[in-house]
Design a protein around this ligand. Structure first.
Ligand code: NAD
Ligand code: GLY
Length: 364
């Protein structure tokens, strides 16, 4: 299976290329996109151990000069300090305006590389080579780049679109089970916000908790439909003036849970799963969504081996307070993405704090 999905944008459109063994063609795929001669490959040790050799060989074979920047592993290192390391390597290797940064890794590497590319010399090219399911279906697409502030997630960032997203599904074979599940959380998100059919297809799969239990056709469907959903939304609203906010379904409470537990207890996908369970329940409490549908959502989340309860020890008042630092706060009001049916959501700032508290109490 090889598929091309277009992200159509007014300034610079680009392709998401999904194809088996495409990592071997990274250099070739980048040729012809006017990406300069120098490439800074940004990754981490785990990912480089698995795929560094292939990626570097392919880039060199296509005539690129390759420098490498290896960053520490984990969300806790999605910081300005790590971005500084990218700048330092860019300087040492004299990266120019015409040069390109290539992100090889999960969403953490992609978000930081994109931010470094957005700001180095006021903006250079970058290419996304996502190696986690979550980055393939979500983080690598759409140009949101950035890092965390000690007070909150993704508070520092820029919109900077990649020139190409290259997805080689074969790299998922080495992905730890927990990270695979995290990616499924974002796929369930697309099912709820945009793609009722994708939701139904996942419901039809006996298991969803490990890559090896999914039929090859379902994996293809998950990749293609999720990338298409993200491309559709981003093409309609690149800078989140309206529609794009729906991609934050599950992220309002999810981000608070992630940052309040210091990025050590749940990963991003698990936090989104908890946030979707909370948002579903809030929508039911507000009479916007049928209880039976939130139960279908939660059953799918559980089938994927993902949590629907809050981690132990989290204080409800702290979560409610943390919601105020969310990027989506407008005029002091927290904005929630809430489902009205599977495949359809709405954005509202009319959620009483007491409803949030009540729902969170039920999730302990
Ligand atoms: P991650 O980048 O931390 O990767 C998870 C782990 O998997 C890491 O330890 C990594 O080293 C390892 N890994 C990556 N690929 C591997 C492979 N093929 N085999 C073995 N190990 C591998 O986590 P993630 O879930 O990919 O990304 C989460 C981040 O993405 C969060 O920071 C989140 O905020 C961000 N995000 C951004 C957007 C966006 O639009 N920019 C959207 C969604 C999420
Ligand atoms: N993941 C949220 C967005 O891309 O807008």
């Amino acid at each position: 299976m090889a598929s091309i999905i277009n992200v159509n944008l007014p300034q610079q459109s680009y392709e998401i290329a999904i194809a088996p063994n495409s990592l071997d063609q990274l250099g070739e795929q980048m040729t012809g996109l006017n990406l300069g001669k120098k490439v800074l490959l940004v990754s981490n040790q785990t990912v480089l151990k698995h795929f560094g050799e292939k990626a570097i060989a392919s880039l060199k074979a296509a005539g690129f000069e390759v420098a490498i920047c290896t960053l520490p592993i984990g969300e806790r290192y999605k910081t300005l300090n790590s971005v500084q390391k990218i700048y330092d390597t860019a300087l040492e290797n004299r990266l120019e305006r015409s040069s390109t940064m290539v992100a090889l890794g999960g969403g953490v590497i992609g978000d930081m590389t994109g931010f470094a590319a957005a700001t180095w010399l006021r903006g250079i090219n970058f290419v996304q080579v996502p190696t986690t399911l979550l980055a393939m279906v979500d983080a690598a697409i759409g140009g949101k780049t950035g890092v965390n502030h000690p007070q909150g997630k993704n508070l520092i960032g820029a919109f900077h679109q990649p020139r190409l997203v290259l997805i080689d599904p074969g790299v998922l074979k080495t992905l730890p089970m927990r990270e695979f599940r995290a990616g499924i959380a974002e796929v369930i998100k697309y099912g709820i916000i945009w793609e009722a059919e994708l939701f139904a297809q996942m419901e039809g799969s006996k298991r969803l908790d490990q890559l090896r239990y999914l039929k090859a056709e379902l994996i293809d469907t998950i990749l293609i439909r999720s990338c298409q959903a993200k491309a559709d939304v981003v093409s309609k609203d690149e800078k989140e003036a309206g529609l794009r906010a729906i991609l934050n379904y599950g992220h309002t409470i999810g981000h608070a849970v992630e940052s309040l537990t210091d990025y050590r207890v749940v990963n991003h996908g698990e936090a989104v799963a908890i946030g979707m369970a909370a948002a579903g329940q809030i929508a039911v409490e507000l009479g916007m969504w049928k209880k039976a549908e939130t139960e279908r959502q939660d059953a799918l989340i559980k089938k994927a081996g993902l949590p629907t309860q809050l981690p132990d020890g989290l204080d409800i008042e702290e979560i409610v307070a943390a919601l105020q630092t969310d990027k989506k706060v407008q005029d002091g009001k927290v904005r929630f993405v809430l489902p009205t049916q599977i495949g359809v959501v709405t954005v509202t700032d009319q959620v009483p704090s007491d409803t949030i508290r009540q729902v969170l109490r039920g999730m302990r």
